[in-house]
Design a protein around this ligand. Structure first.
Ligand code: EPU
Length: 421
């Protein structure tokens, strides 16, 4: 077993270059399978989710080459096969193969997708969307066996603006006959990125980034090169880290508008931010931070993925902060871990209540999930003494070499192998 160790309370200085967005990449890779020619993605993050997706593509006879931050794939000879559970269960985004294989072959067979446990994560809206396009769920299998003779465009209203359901329906509808309209579609930047890739491949998608997306089905999708948008959650995590222990830190290669909901809250706390065209500079503030109230919402509201790292930062803020997660009401496993470090945090329903205690102590804690792991890194960097974080495979699913990036800024952070007994 490998752990991350942090010797806290060292000030950080320097520049972080943000990688391509994880939650775009994990949809772009299944999306490119709809093409019949080679597709190149640029700016791909070096995370374990990408390795698993590459293995899934190879299993489906797609040629894959990973060269630096380029992901080159040719789905010309792709075959439709039941996805092995050993791969599909490693990440949530394996559900995007439902839309992509339905679009390409009119049939898909896979078990439940995996990913972080954040409370119940149903996919009923994905299935309802596919059914509107003429797909039938066949009851011969302990998982999902979805099939149709032909996909036919339809008018779909989503009960909730789900990121996954919006993208999955777009993937299937891209090759359906006729026109599909998705109403109450999700508006996250990652959805726009997926539609931009598909349009470059020859798809006809309009309205991405609004709550009504129109897809006119096409027969053939061709080669293209696509550069992935910067990861607003990775950027947000480093902004929070810089607010916690930074002296002068530049977060570079970002789209600042994607971070408006976070930067407005950081400013309200009193974090010293300078927002530039494609970077944000965080300078040490000599005034105490103020407590804030935050509620997570769909984009452009405050991202649920930043709720957990922000909770750790708020232990520094004077007063009582309240963070409500309206997207995942049970996304609070990090709270118990923060308590082990002396944080005065408690939960009530879907809310974390954080009281100031800037004397956190290093402790043995767990990365309970991806962003919970990021919260432990924020806390470990602020705490006195050594913090040891286990289950770090969660962190490696979404952050490119986070320990190396933080070391380059002056943090005392390293990996250690431990025996499993
Ligand atoms: N929901 C349903 N039915 C559905 C789909 C969703 O009830 O069919 C509910 C969910 O239970 C949840 C809410 O709708 O309460 C939001 O779910 P959504 O479908 O929008 O999320 P997702 O597609 O499963 C993606 C990201 C998450 C991120 C959420 C919200 C990927 C692979 N995952 O998940 O990212 O938190 O959108 O923005 O893109 C992470 O990066 O750490 C992460 C968990």
């Amino acid at each position: 077993m490998e752990v991350i160790k942090i010797d806290g309370q060292h000030k950080l200085n320097g520049k972080v270059k943000i990688h391509g967005a994880k939650n775009a990449t994990v949809a772009l890779i299944p999306a490119l399978c709809l093409a019949d020619e080679e597709v190149i993605l640029q700016g791909v993050p070096n995370i374990s989710d990408v390795q698993v997706l590459a293995e899934i593509l190879e299993f489906l006879d797609v040629e894959v080459t990973l060269k630096g931050d380029e992901f080159i794939a040719n789905p010309k000879n792709m075959k439709n096969k039941e996805l092995p559970n050993s791969l599909a269960s490693k990440l949530r985004a394996s559900y995007y193969f439902m839309g992509s294989l339905l679009g390409k072959f009119n049939e898909v067979k896979m078990k439940m997708p995996g990913g972080c446990y954040l409370g119940p994560r149903p996919i009923n809206l994905h299935i309802k969307g596919f059914e509107s396009l003429g797909v039938e769920r066949i009851d011969d299998y302990d998982g999902y066996h979805l099939k149709t003779d032909s996909l036919v465009g339809s008018h779909i209203y989503l009960d909730f603006a789900s990121v996954g359901a919006t993208i999955n329906i777009i993937l299937a509808a891209t090759k359906a006959q006729g026109i599909t309209v998705i109403e109450n579609a999700a508006k996250e930047p990652e959805i726009i990125d997926v539609c931009n890739l598909l349009n470059k491949m020859g798809a006809k998608i309009k309205g991405a980034g609004t709550d009504e997306i129109t897809i006119t089905g096409v027969d053939y999708l061709h080669s293209c090169i696509h550069e992935i948008i910067p990861d607003r959650i990775e950027a947000g995590t480093y902004l929070i880290i810089a607010a916690a222990v930074g002296e002068n830190v530049v977060i570079d290669n970002i789209i600042p508008q994607h971070l408006d909901s976070l930067t407005s809250k950081l400013k309200e706390m009193g974090v010293n931010l300078e927002i530039c065209e494609d970077s944000i500079v965080v300078k040490e503030s000599f005034n105490e931070y103020k407590a804030i109230d935050v509620t997570t919402q769909t984009y452009p509201g405050f991202a649920t993925d930043l709720q957990q790292p922000l909770t750790a930062l708020l232990t520094k803020a004077n007063g009582i902060s309240k963070i409500t997660d309206s997207i995942y009401p049970e996304r609070f496993k990090h709270v118990l871990e923060l308590q082990k470090m002396g944080a005065k945090v408690s939960t009530f329903m879907n809310m974390a209540i954080v009281e100031k205690n800037d004397n956190l102590n290093g402790a043995q804690v767990s990365a309970t999930d991806l962003r919970g792991g990021a919260a432990m890194i924020v806390a470990g960097l602020m705490a006195k003494g050594i913090t040891e974080i286990d289950n770090i495979y969660h962190i490696d699913r979404g952050y490119t070499k986070i320990d190396e990036v933080l070391s380059s800024l002056g943090a005392k952070i390293w990996r250690e192998k431990k025996s499993d007994d």
